[in-house]
Design a protein around this ligand. Sequence first.
Ligand SMILES: *Cc1c(COP(=O)(O)O)cnc(C)c1O
Length: 848
Amino acid sequence: MVKHKDVNKINKTLRLSNFQQNSQQKNKAERAPMNYTVHQIAEITNAQIIGDKNLIIKNIAFDSRIIYSTKNAAFIAINTQKNSGEKFIESAIDRGITIIISEHHYPQFENITWIIVEDSVEFLQKLAKYHFENSSIKSIGITGSNGKTILKEWLYQCLWNEFPTVKSPKSFNSQIGLPLSLLQINNSHQLGIFEVGISKPNEMKNLENIFHPQIGLLTHIGTAHAANFESEEELIDEKIKLFKDSEVIIYNGDNALVSNKINKLYSSKKLISYGFKKENQVFIKNNISKDENIVVEYFGEVISFPAHQRDEATLTNALALITVLKELGIENQKIIEKINALKAVEMRLEAIEGSKNNIIINDSFNLDLDSLKTALQFLKEYNKSKKSLVLTDIVGVNSNSQELYEEVSELVNEQKFDSVFLIGDEISKFSDLFKSKTFTFINTQELVESKHLTEIENQIILLKGARKFEIEKLKDLLELRKHDTVLEINLNAILHNINYHKSLLKPSTKMMAMVKANAYGLGSYEISEFLQHHHIDYLGVAFVDEGVELRKKGITIPIVVMNPEQHSYDTVIQYNLEPEIYSFRVLELFYEAVQKSGYDKKYPIHIKLETGMHRLGFKDAELDQLSETLNNINVQVQSIFSHLSSSDVPTEKEFTLNQLKTFDKNSSYLIEKLNYTPIRHILNSSGITSYTHHQYDMVRIGIGMLGESPSSEIQKQLQSVVSFKTVISQISLVENGESVGYSRKYKTDHTTKIATVPVGYADGIPRLIGNQIGNFAVHKTLAPIVGNICMDMMMLNVDHIPNVKEGDTVTIFNAKPSLKEFAAYCKTITYEVLTSISPRVKRIYIKD
Ligand SMILES: *Cc1c(COP(=O)(O)O)cnc(C)c1O
């Protein structure tokens, strides 16, 4: 290994002093994104052109829903094993895109220029390689098992105002995500921070071929993704291939295997190890469990900073961060300031129900151009026609503010806000750049006092500000219900869980999401809107009213009503809902309603077969008459389906296989008698995981998308979606022998610390888990419920929890206790727990 002193010389070009610091002088033309003609792109990638080869492409969109601007933009239809992007060509063209990159040509679309490629993913990779190799940026490549995304975000937050910086936007599949990120590089960028994830052998070679970072950063190696690798060793070998052409490698040296491998393979490079062990060049000197500054030793130098979060993972990431910042020549004092500013870096957007039918999107955690873009994109997922924006100064930027706010206003003007409220001296100077009704304020208080915000009705309001402006105060002002008890719903986790289930299925298998009973209690509209945005094929509700609510709020995808009630058939038709037909009585009455309505096409219906559940459905003996009737009336059987009663019960496998057999036989019989082929479906969530072969043409996911599985193996692959939380209202020291709560059911046997929390059986906490049957968690420690549960309150024994104070968060369920454990306290199943949470509990939707 090269000694640190010598290497400093080798690697001079990466240091801060050598960066051009004159981004102010760059004019706008130079800030252009990638800029190629159709012809150039075809040359670079060996593609065919149909159409105008002189058009200019500056932007490639791959998601037809978030096409930011159609000027000089092309849409690429990416085909993967799971999905065909070509389905979305039409919607991209609807949005105004005129250049399409695709593996196939669709001549039915007129006036479109096509770049026809052999393999969409390979195309992207080739183009990105060319683009990266012809840029002059310094790059940091981050790989490892855990901590990649957080380190990328931290580094960006620390560096974006030092150098014009580009980074990977999100943590998405690197085979596609990395090329798309590299294509974001423009010629004003001086630094690029890219995350490179892999999950299978041989993936890195491909990625290293297109992207070779000068600084390689290897985070903690853990067991995540290890499943596809034979051994930890194979995993490490694969990951460190990324550093083949790196000049510097920064790695976590606590893992001896990592350390050995890197030192053996890359002995000629500059290597810096960080970690908890003192053998590392960068390590923590003091005892982290003491409440004092963390002291880091960096090659004999000492850097100390206060830390709030002291868990091992966070501190390991902090060491990596410091090492990279030092490597880029940032001074110690500045590093400490930057670390302090990272407090609560979790960058997440919350959507909250506001008063006056507003939706509040709160992102008052940080403000930079990148997070502004993300937040503006998030707005597009809601189809409220009117929107307003609160935006503050962007603080701590070195570059020219005229140019900065020009860019900000361009982004904002794309969105056609009803009103824009600018807070701060700097941004106010540029209010003329904003095209909406624009108001300026010196500080947040002034906006509060102006009463402008409280007049807004039926809009979506985005709050986006630098932390020092404390615009979260506005959230309090605008929020609908003020409860300390909330049900937090993580939408990203829902998407993850859906994708996990999809990964088990054939790409062509459709998916219906069951959003009955207010989407298992989580909020039917919010969940459906999110799923519609993510192209779910069908929604399933139990009753007509549920479907009507969704239609009224703007859900347009097909909705199946599982139990359409007798007097609701007109409404079914009026709102374009699709009924489950489970008996001749329903079929006749429904068809009468169709005829009365004057509906002149074949009405879509879904035939339910009885196969063993004995709830609803047509039985074997009815099939002949059924097919005859269906052939004689003007309906379209959209699907034939049934429901498994015990797919989650391993001991009932034989019964389930019989149900599947009956379904196969009866549905085939019925299809034979019809002169067309409706799709078929029978699997619910646990059916998808246990009886995957029987997926037919569609599956119906419910509890699985909420992260619950009866199998502990599958459970590990899923993410927890729901977090039910409250806070401590009061703490009392109850003296020995005193009693707590109604009917004196709990008596202390010594002076005991008791916490009162503001939830009760009216919130959906069953009274039967009082008296030390159930536990909540405070500071990640379980605290038993003592005494009887009251209507709106209950008491916890927190005697064993040090430093607990009033206002502290109490977890009713999330990770600990988990939803499953909570359901076990209640002697019921997770489904009943979720659907029993009272509507008065505020639902908050989180997106990372
Ligand atoms: C609720 C429901 C589902 C979903 O069941 P999960 O066990 O939550 O996956 C599927 N099909 C029908 C007919 C349902 O009513």
